[in-house]
Design a protein around this ligand. Structure first.
Ligand SMILES: Nc1ncnc2c1ncn2[C@@H]1O[C@H](COP(=O)(O)OP(=O)(O)OP(=O)(O)O)[C@@H](O)[C@H]1O
Ligand SMILES: [Mg+2]
Length: 289
């Protein structure tokens, strides 16, 4: 997605989120869960953005609204100047894999293309190309039940990429991978983005992953989800070409984010992760990779 802008020309945002709020209500119930409260941010073209924050702060809800799967109660979201709609231009990797068990891995990956009338041959070729990219070419004929959790997650990433999306929205795409595969996949994703560009919005519990991959990190507060801070990560790309983690700026930003998230969790009366009397943590918290 190249930007043919003259120097000094204002760049309109690829995604604009203005004062959005979202409450989930059960039918006929008067009260509900306010998942997102008055959130605003802009995402420039060709930017890699991460959404981070404690469990329940509205990251998945935010991503689903960016994809047009659900709508805010108030406020406005514009994607390339229009209301968001799901489609191949919007690659989406769900928190759960959502592979169709009756289809082979190749047929799962090719599904979006098939629906949009792409020929069977091109479907297979493109599916195999992206399966190779995520290291699953040999499993094209397998069924989801025959794959490990990490392999299913990689298949879901291939499925999101196959439509060559201009917007790639990912909800913890590497959560089920072992630490080693996760690092390989982070490098693969950085390479894919370096090559194709476009906007990536990554939801991750790993602050390390967010700092490694992103241009910008949006930190959300929980209950209700609000923007706590937006940080720019100024480390040069491509970060796989050098040891970005060894840079002092990396450690500083990682430490800052992790401390803020720890404070959010410690001050959340509904959180079960911290024992209130001594502040000791137990269980899954953001950044605990
Ligand atoms: N369909 C729904 N119906 C009712 N409440 C919902 C629904 N989806 C989300 N919520 C509530 O909205 C809040 C935000 O949920 P969301 O899934 O967006 O959080 P999250 O930041 O993605 O959490 P996690 O890190 O655990 O995935 C939570 O309190 C959740 O219970
Ligand atoms: Mg979530």
């Amino acid at each position: 997605m190249p930007d043919d802008l003259a120097p000094g020309e204002a760049m309109s945002p690829a995604i604009s989120v203005r004062n959005i709020s979202k409450t989930f209500r059960r039918a006929k119930a008067k009260t509900g869960v306010k998942a997102i409260d008055d959130v605003s941010f802009d995402i420039k073209p060709n930017t890699f953005v991460s959404l981070v924050g404690p469990s329940g702060c509205g990251k998945t809800t935010m991503l689903r609204m960016l994809n047009g799967l659900i709508h805010p109660d108030s406020g406005e979201i514009l994607v390339d100047g229009a209301a968001p709609t799901p489609g191949p231009h919007m690659g989406f990797v769900f928190q759960s894999f959502r592979l169709m068990p009756w289809r082979t891995i190749r047929a799962n990956v090719a599904f979006t293309l098939e629906v949009h009338g792409v020929s069977a041959r091109e479907c297979a070729e493109r599916a195999d190309h992206y399966l190779a990219m995520v290291g699953l070419r040999r499993f094209a004929e397998s069924y989801p039940a025959e794959l490990s959790g990490g392999m299913k997650q990689r298949a879901a990433l291939a499925r999101a990429l196959v439509g060559r999306p201009r917007f790639l929205l990912m909800d913890e795409p590497f959560a089920n991978l072992d630490a080693q595969t996760r690092e390989f996949m982070q490098i693969e994703l950085a390479k894919i983005w370096q090559h194709h560009k476009g906007v990536v919005v990554l939801v991750t519990h790993s602050v390390d992953e967010a700092v490694l991959l992103s241009d910008q990190i949006i930190l959300l507060n929980p209950r209700p989800g609000r923007v706590a801070e937006i940080l720019d990560v100024d480390l040069p790309h491509p970060r796989y070409a050098y040891d970005a983690r060894a840079r002092p700026e990396f450690a500083e930003m990682r430490g800052h984010l992790w401390n803020r998230i720890k404070d959010m969790v410690a001050n959340d009366p509904e959180s079960e992760f911290f024992m209130r009397d001594d502040g000791a943590s137990a269980g899954k918290t953001a950044g605990g990779e």
